[in-house]
Design a protein around this ligand. Structure first.
Ligand SMILES: [Zn+2]
Length: 280
């Protein structure tokens, strides 16, 4: 747990999956990235899909929802999907599913939205019955009619379940959702309507980097995923964000890093590197 202003921040290590190393590291040669993250015999790298839980003034806010359980055996095998430890991880933080008041989605790619739903009697229903769901309107519109490149990432059944939810709150642009809890659209490099979350305390801030900086292995400005739709945009967005975090002595939260959930960062001989690991 990390105390930040009025917030108590927890990390929930709910699930892992595997993606092709080429998708994750783009044009970076395998001989370089395999030293950092070792691939399996299918060339897949193991990634976390952790949730950030922020508790303050009676609110229990989750950022993103991993993949969950509503997957066929074939898809589970393709993605090397691990077990779903949601209830254990929530219990470790002292709460249950019913206590979640809000879920903020950085974007609606399946590894961020699917875990908000589970299959019951052949239909998808909310895993968090008392939660409001928050997403940028621009991202929902993109997800409902995706381009061909992103179509495999925006899986219609999950996007449509969210779009049909009575608990949906569509957001247009930056906003302070709760005092000290800001939503920041970060540009369209990873996907249109992608947003980050900034949580501010008195002394420092923590930024959930969404898929702009999915892991500490992506701190290098040109370490851009093949999944990104506009790689040069991602480089610009990362340059801006990481510069702000270094200048403000902030903390960066990595949703997909297989080893660490958060770190401070610093410049080292022209490169940007993780400095101090932060445990939540
Ligand atoms: Zn992702």
């Amino acid at each position: 747990m990390l105390a930040l202003g009025s917030f108590r921040l927890h990390t929930l290590d709910v699930q892992y999956f595997r993606l092709d190393g080429g998708s994750v590291f783009g044009v970076v040669p395998k001989v370089l990235w395999e030293k950092v993250v070792e691939p399996d015999d299918l060339n897949r790298v193991r990634l976390s899909m952790r949730m950030l839980l922020a508790r303050s003034n009676g609110r229990n806010i989750l950022v993103d929802a991993a993949m969950g359980t509503a997957w066929s055996e074939k898809m589970k095998a393709i993605y090397g999907l691990s077990e779903w430890r949601l209830d254990e991880e929530l219990a470790n933080a002292g709460i249950g599913r019913d206590d979640i008041t809000d879920v903020v989605f950085t974007h609606l790619h399946f590894d961020h939205v699917a875990g908000a739903f589970e299959e019951k009697n052949g239909r998808l229903s909310s895993v968090f019955p008392n939660a409001r769901f928050h997403v940028q309107r621009r991202n929902l519109e993109t997800a409902l009619s995706p381009n061909l490149k992103e179509k495999p990432s925006y899986i219609a059944v999950f996007v449509e379940a969210l779009a049909a939810s009575e608990s949906l709150n569509l957001i247009d642009g930056p906003c302070e959702l709760f005092p000290g809890f800001e939503l920041m659209p970060c540009g369209e490099g990873h996907t249109a309507g992608h947003q980050l979350v900034k949580i501010s305390g008195d002394e420092t801030t923590l930024v959930h980097a969404g898929d702009l900086v999915p892991s500490s292995a992506h701190l290098g400005l040109n370490r851009v995923m093949a999944l990104d739709i506009l790689p040069l945009e991602v480089i610009n967005e990362k340059t801006r964000l990481l510069g702000e975090i270094i200048d403000g002595n902030g903390i960066l939260y990595f949703a997909h890093d297989p080893f660490i959930e958060a770190a401070t960062i610093r410049r080292d001989d022209g490169r940007i590197v993780a400095d101090r690991t932060v445990r939540l």
